[in-house]
Design a protein around this ligand. Structure first.
Ligand code: MN
Ligand code: MN
Length: 310
């Protein structure tokens, strides 16, 4: 009997975590189907509600929605995509068996395994880029539906190729996937961002949490959330409400600080809204982090914000 292996991205899933899980499960199952006796059944999972753009793309391509899970059982086999930090991973992971990691983040070193595993971490702009390359490597055809899913995630993770995390590999895979769906990659990227709707369609809590991640430095834990917008002024109208929400998070969870980056993808920069002990943020960026200062050029949390903070 084929055993079930869950493929899961990080908590607070973004489009890349969803796309990587869906498309990697599709690839792994296609490889199993070529065997005389399939050994495994790969199931894409997610740890929270789908981002709007993921839901829209999965619905229109007819691909299955990932299974919503909150924990994994002891001994269960799990593949991590788009993360490798325990704080961002499914509950129960310490007791489960990680059988692969496909990622593009810094190595946390806090997910360990008993056996040698496939651990693929490539410093490119999205996990979808890596998965797209793996289709080539394993000789599995990318269907138009999978191409939409993968390309949408390359576009959201690289902010339509503008992010400093975007590499030549991302551009090459994006061009290839664009050709499969018959669209220019960046035109499709704009379409994907438009699926997200306006800033005011989100509640304060949604805006502050839809892309937030915890990080550790020594004994301290801090939170960095990001909201990407094309209408910065509208997004900043509720600054005071975001501050109250972030301050409550600091009080409740004991964070050193909670930082919300409101990132303007067209004007290419971010406003830093920070509550808690903001001194390390002020020092790292040479700003007064008690004010929502505009920091030009900051688009990537991973490449431009976390390294100076850690
Ligand atoms: Mn992600
Ligand atoms: Mn990613």
């Amino acid at each position: 009997m084929a055993e079930t292996i869950k493929i899961v991205g990080h908590k607070n899933p973004d489009n890349d975590s969803i796309a990587a899980a869906v498309s990697y499960a599709y690839l792994k199952n296609a490889l199993e189907a070529k065997k005389d006796a399939p050994e495994a059944n790969y199931v894409a999972c997610c740890l929270g509600p789908l981002p709007q753009e993921s839901a829209t793309i999965l619905e229109r391509t007819g691909l299955p929605t990932p299974e919503l899970i909150s924990s994994v059982a002891a001994g269960e086999k799990v593949i991590l995509v788009d993360h490798n930090e325990l704080t961002q991973a499914v509950d129960g992971l310490e007791e489960a068996e990680v059988v692969e990691v496909i990622d593009h983040h810094r190595i946390s070193g806090n997910v360990t395994t008993g056996n040698p595993i496939l651990y693929m971490n490539v410093p490119v702009g999205s996990t979808a880029t890596i998965v797209s390359g793996l289709y080539e490597l394993f000789g599995v055809e990318i269907t138009p539906a999978i191409a939409e899913v993968l390309l949408s995630a390359i576009m959201t993770d690289t902010v339509i190729t503008k992010s400093p995390t975007c590499t030549g590999c991302d551009l090459a895979q994006a061009d290839k996937l664009g050709a499969i769906i018959g669209k220019k990659a960046t035109d499709f990227g704009l379409e994907v961002f438009q699926m997200r709707g306006g800033d005011n369609d989100l509640s304060v809590e949604e805006l502050c949490t839809h892309d937030s991640k915890e990080f550790k430095k020594g004994d301290a834990t801090y939170l960095v959330a990001q909201h990407e917008t094309v209408t910065l002024d509208t997004a900043m109208e509720r600054e005071q409400a975001y501050r109250e929400f972030l301050a409550a998070q600091v009080a409740e969870k004991g964070y050193e600080f909670a930082l919300l980056l409101v990132t303007d993808i067209f004007n290419e920069g971010s406003r830093f809204i920070c509550e808690g002990d903001v001194s390390r943020v002020s020092e790292a960026f040479g700003i007064d982090a008690t004010k929502a200062e505009w920091v030009p050029g900051i688009l990537s949390r991973k490449k431009q914000v976390i390294p100076p903070l850690s």
